[in-house]
Design a protein. Structure first.
Ligand SMILES: Nc1nc2c(ncn2[C@@H]2O[C@H](COP(=O)(O)OP(=O)(O)O)[C@@H](O)[C@H]2O)c(=O)[nH]1
Ligand code: SF4
Ligand SMILES: [Mg+2]
Lengths: 599, 405
């Protein structure tokens, strides 16, 4: 299709404002998906997405829309809304010229509305504001328009007012896309340049590369080169998403689609890379994606050490479609060999953990997530510390620095008091406060990332009756009075249980961690002593009393096989445990380090 | 009385799923399971059914039929268990014992012949008859002397019946054993000590004292899952366990297994074979046999047992043969239940491993010694005082020897 008639766009919004529902309606009214095959949130096909009702991966789909007697090809990319996945949002934006900014007309502008809109404006996309859920009685479209104008300086008086649920005015949104989103501007006849914006692995067909043609065109049987890797492949199939893969003969400038080439080496495909013709004119690579900022790290260890290799293959496959995940091999005294993984946030971490368990059937032990610290060594070098267990002794560094997040919170004005309180409780420093409408305020704080990682969001939610939202961006590192809190189990320091805490909190945290461990670690045939220490100073102690009675009363000839199986079944119940010294520590105990100091 | 459950003529019944174990060598221990009780006790996971309306004589005939094909010649020990063998009417007891003797010659070969008896079916005459038929040990299911506890346990007898039965057993040449249960809900250590002492006044040669255990598949298990049954707290269980030993030892009965006590020379030889992981042949529904390195079992159900034995002369439902290290772990687990403990070389042989293999068990035993659970006396490993009540934890470690990491 002539690129004049192509529009590439995405839908951006705060979570639950209705992106997936709007995408459903668009698929429906353009007859992309027959009505009988329609199901709610059609693009959310990952099992976890359906279960949690959130979008994790960006999806693309091609739809056709007629306007003024002309058929247009609209390529829609659905995006995730959670702050952890803003990297996915950024990626999808690079494949688009426009974005629909969807705002729930009763909730109003929320933190990710602002964050995603800013990303879109930075990417120079045409932003079309759309108010959703106007069918709800308590929707307040006029006020929300004002909020959009005040917080984002986007003209919103003519925002389309729709109901993604009933389909009202959705047609108008399609018209606005045709009118306001620029057609792709690439060079139709120039040498091929295509941006890889996603990739997934299919066991039978190899890597499926999702790309956007920026210049030129791509046909079946073309020999293409991945520019950063230098690998050459011949395309065996190319096609569009409708939203399932539909093969076609060629993809032209501005179009979004996929190619398959039986690629089995996962490392050959890099999201953000440029695809060009193998034997063609030299071209300049497209600007790739910025490196994602991994702020949360946790170690994964296979429960069964024999699964170490399986786990590596699984992580490689996950990295392919999720370029924001990183991993490297690590070893721990307590847990053996495993992988340290970097995540964008806690939800991201949880999703990866569950995908490893479900899609790859792995049993794993996970350490408590930790942020990345930085030390200034005594010889003046700055070094990143991804895991508290690897922090050297204090005499080897002059400064221990932690990442600071600039946290922006949007909330109803009446809840300012409690939110100021929790922000300072979490060692935050006030930056500014702005009213975006008579009833809503934006508060900005600098808060150590470690402080917002665990339950800050929950606290914000509960102190604003669910109306407060937040977004954050890590702005740098700052030195503070931080210490390493060691946990000793049966007098043995367990590296996987150590954490870095502010010295004023070490006492309370030490006690809280031991309390949780006491609950998680089962009774043993001996007393298990637990200690929390900073350096050689013991801050807290607990002990788990020895199990005193565990014996089968009756065992005769007819029972031996049955009783043996019973004993072995009880043993198997301990599968998700790791033995550290003589102590069995269950998976959940490793997460005890995480979290608040409250009782 | 209904007819034995024999398939209608002309209807081909499927054969037992497994081949029988090979015939056991002469001298192998023999167990015979009589699967009938007056009522089913809510805690019991042995296979037994209420006798009312069952074909007792047909079952005895089937036991003898199976014995013809599978019983060892000249068994060293015989154990007639159940169920409640003592509830069989006298003619059937005669038929069973005479029949077994005719097939195996046990009356001249066995050093020990046990019959399990329950108070409601053991009077003077029954006891005397059993002794005449060759029984050398009468094991009496007293369980408790407290009427409420007996009611809770769903037993078919009253305390007076238990006392009469003990008296009847004592009136024969056979040795007397009393079976008891402790740590019932609401029972204190003192209550238990009191009951135990009263039973020991009858001077039995043997005592089995079991902590009440809620086994899967029993009524008590269902009740506990529903929250309708609370078991005794750990401290009470432990205190009863310890007090049992003190009281029994004071009465001249030494502990030789976790739940078993005897005057010197009166330890149950038949049961010791189980704990030595030795060979035995079991006849009857639910009975298990071990011959060579393999174990096999009959169905825990009467109808298929009767049908299979009738048609095929055996009723082998399942068979197992464990890996060598797994067998070794099992041998240590069972062996450590005995006061005599385990000699590593003996264990290797019992597990069918040759003495030259690299034996992982002693290393593990040393590890457990450091935790104060095992001790080594003159080359044999024993549970320590602290280790006794933790025997299962120790067992799991030995059983894990057989598993590849
Ligand atoms: N009443 C009403 N509910 C809507 C509308 N659009 C979406 N929803 C509901 O809002 C919730 C979130 O929608 P979803 O599309 O999953 O949001 P996403 O997280 O932005 O993808 C779902 O329960 C939808 O049914 C609408 O126009 N009106
Ligand atoms: S009498 Fe003995 S075998 Fe019979 S049901 Fe009761 S406990 Fe079980
Ligand atoms: Mg969604």
């Amino acid at each position: 299709m002539n690129s004049k008639y192509i529009r590439n766009f995405s839908i951006i919004a705060h979570i639950d404002h209705g992106k997936s529902t709007l995408a459903d309606r668009m698929l429906e009214i353009t007859n992309t998906v027959p009505k009988r095959a329609m199901k709610d949130r059609l693009l959310d096909d990952m099992e976890l997405e359906r279960e949690r009702g959130i979008t994790i991966k960006a999806r693309s789909v091609t739809i056709h829309h007629d306007k003024d007697g002309q058929t247009y090809q609209l390529n829609l990319i659905d995006t995730p809304g959670h702050v952890d996945f803003s990297y996915e949002v950024e990626k999808s934006m690079q494949a688009c010229e426009g974005a629909i900014l969807l705002v729930d007309a009763s909730q109003g502008v929320e933190a990710q509305t602002v964050a995603n809109a800013i990303l879109a404006m930075d990417a120079k996309l045409a932003v079309i504001p759309v108010l959703n859920k106007t069918d709800l009685a308590h929707s307040r479209p006029d006020e929300v328009c004002e909020e959009i104008e005040n917080s984002l300086a986007i003209e919103a008086t003519d925002a389309v007012r729709i109901s993604a649920k009933t389909g009202e005015n959705v047609e108008q949104v399609l018209d606005r896309i045709v009118d306001e989103v620029p057609a792709p501007s690439g060079n139709e006849d120039g040498p091929l340049r295509a941006l890889i914006f996603d990739a997934v692995y299919d066991e039978y067909r190899g890597v499926i590369v999702h790309l956007r043609i920026v210049d030129g065109s791509l046909s079946k049987r073309d020999r293409v080169r991945m520019m950063s890797i230098g690998k050459v492949y011949e395309t065996t199939e190319i096609g569009h998403f409708a939203p399932q893969m539909v093969p076609c003969e060629s993809l032209h400038v501005g179009e979004v689609g996929y190619f398959i080439s039986n690629i089995k080496a996962l490392g050959d495909v890099r999201v953000g890379d440029t695809v060009t013709m193998h034997k063609g004119a030299d071209v300049e690579a497209l600007p790739g994606y910025r490196e994602p900022q991994h702020m949360v790290f946790a170690d994964f260890y296979p429960t069964n050490p024999g699964d170490y290799e399986v786990m590596r293959d699984a992580l490689e496959a996950l990295c392919l479609s999720d370029s924001s995940l990183t991993f490297e091999a690590v070893s721990s005294d307590a847990l053996g060999f495993g992988y340290r993984c970097g995540f964008l946030g806690l939800l991201h971490m949880e999703i990866i953990e569950q995908r490893l368990e479900r899609e790859y059937d792995l049993d794993l032990i996970q350490t408590a997530p930790s942020v990345t610290y930085e030390i200034l060594t005594t010889n003046g070098e700055a070094k990143l510390i991804h895991s508290p267990g690897t922090l050297p002794n204090p005499d080897q560094y002059d400064e221990l620095r932690e990442p600071i997040a600039r946290v922006s919170m949007l909330l109803p004005t009446e809840h300012i008091g409690p939110v100021l309180q929790i922000s300072t409780d979490h060692r935050g420093t006030f930056v500014r406060q702005e009213h975006i409408s008579p009833t809503r305020v934006q508060l900005v704080f600098d808060i150590p990332l470690a402080e917002i990682m665990y339950d800050f969001y929950d606290k914000l939610k509960s102190s604003t009756r669910g109306f407060g939202t937040l977004n954050y961006e890590v702005t740098g590192y700052r030195a503070d009075n931080l210490v390493k809190l060691n946990i000793l189990v049966a007098s043995k320091e367990v590296d996987a249980l150590s954490s870095i805490v502010h010295s004023s909190r070490a006492d309370a945290r030490g006690r809280a961690v031991l309390k949780k461990l006491r609950k998680e670690i089962p009774r043993h045939m001996f007393e298990v002593r637990l200690q929390a220490a900073v350096g050689s100073k013991i801050l807290a102690r607990e002990s788990i009393a020895a199990l005193r009675k565990d014996v089968t009363a009756k065992c005769y000839g007819g029972d031996i096989s049955r009783k043996r199986k019973l004993l072995e079944k009880q043993k198997a119940g301990k599968r998700r445990m790791r033995q550290v010294g003589a102590v069995d520590i269950p998976q959940k105990a490793f997460l005890s380090v995480l979290g608040g100091d409250d009782k | 009385m209904p007819h034995p459950s024999v398939p209608a003529p002309g209807l081909a019944a499927p054969a037992p799923p497994e081949a029988p174990l090979p015939r056991a060598p002469a001298g192998t221990a023999l167990y015979v399971h009589v699967p009938f009780c007056v009522v089913k006790c809510p805690y019991c996971d042995f296979f037994s059914v209420e006798a009312e309306g069952q074909d007792l004589s047909g079952t005895v005939a089937a036991l003898l039929h199976e014995a013809r094909a599978r019983a060892p010649q000249a068994p060293k020990t015989v154990f007639i268990g159940g169920g409640t063998p003592s509830l069989l009417p006298e003619p059937l007891l005669v038929e069973l014992f005479d029949g077994l003797d005719g097939l195996t010659g046990f009356r001249s070969s066995a050093v020990e012949v046990t019959a399990e008896c329950n108070p409601e079916s053991l009077d003077r005459d029954k006891a005397r008859l059993l002794a005449q038929l060759g029984v050398t040990r009468l094991s009496v299911g007293v369980q408790s002397l407290n009427p409420d506890t007996l009611k809770f346990l769903g037993r078919a007898h009253e305390p007076e019946d238990a006392l009469r039965a003990l008296e009847a057993a004592r009136g024969t040449d056979a040795a007397v054993g009393a079976d008891m249960i402790y740590a019932c809900p609401g029972q204190s250590v003192e209550d238990w000590e009191d009951e135990l002492s009263r039973v020991l006044e009858f001077e039995p040669q043997h005592l089995s004292a079991y902590n009440l255990t809620i086994e899967e598949g029993t009524l008590f298990h269902v009740q506990r899952e529903r929250g309708e049954l609370m078991t005794a707290p750990e401290e009470v269980e432990l205190a009863c366990f310890e007090r049992t030993r003190e009281v029994a030892e004071a009465a001249g009965l030494g502990r030789y297994e976790i739940s078993n006590y005897a005057r010197p020379g009166h330890e149950c030889q038949h049961n010791l074979t189980y704990w030595a992981n030795g060979a035995y042949v079991g006849l009857g529904p639910g009975a298990v046999s071990k011959v060579g390195l393999a174990r096999a079992g009959n169905p825990r159900s009467l109808a298929p047992y009767l049908r299979w034995v009738q048609n095929d002369e055996h009723a082998t439902l399942w068979r197992e043969q464990l890996d060598p290290l797994h067998r070794l772990g099992e041998t240590w687990w069972l062996g450590l239940r005995r006061s005599a403990g385990v000699d590593p070389m003996e264990a290797l042989l019992a597990a069918g491993l040759d003495g030259a293999v690299d034996d992982p068990a002693p290393g593990l035993a040393q590890e457990l010694e450091q935790q104060g659970l095992l001790e080594n006396v003159d080359g044999r490993w024993h549970l320590t005082d602290r280790g006794w009540p933790l025997a299962d934890g120790v067992a799991r470690k030995f059983l894990a020897l057989g598993k590849q990491p």
